[in-house]
Design a binder for this molecule. Structure first.
Ligand SMILES: [Zn+2]
Length: 111
């Protein structure tokens, strides 16, 4: 990637140019962290924040999947017969979703 930036203007991150070689990132540096200049993509604090956000979304997705699975399991058990004691042990969020489903509403996505 050829550009007209001087070395002082460029990001200092080493990136793989192929499987054997590394070269310096060719993008324009926009931040300085720990005395090094970085483009937006390679700024360590932004990379870390992005990773945290990705982990959060991943966890939210699997929490939803787990709850859907649990909800399906509880619905099956309800259809087979569940005691009120067992029902009272369920989380309010799960109960709300179950009631919505029993009443024929579609459960809200991502709620
Ligand atoms: Zn860079």
């Amino acid at each position: 990637m050829a550009n007209n930036l001087s070395p002082e203007e460029r990001c200092e991150k080493r990136v793989s140019s192929d499987s054997w070689h590394q070269s310096r990132c060719s993008r324009k540096a926009v931040t300085v962290e720990d005395g090094k200049r970085y483009c937006r993509q390679h700024t360590p604090s932004l990379v870390a924040a992005k990773e945290v956000e990705k982990t959060k979304l991943y966890n939210q997705k699997w929490d939803r999947k787990r709850e859907e699975y649990h909800r399906g399991d509880v619905l099956k058990r309800i259809s087979e017969g569940i005691t009120t004691v067992e029902l009272e042990k369920l989380s309010p969020k799960l109960l709300k979703g179950l009631l919505a489903r029993i009443q024929g509403e579609r459960p809200r996505q991502g709620a």
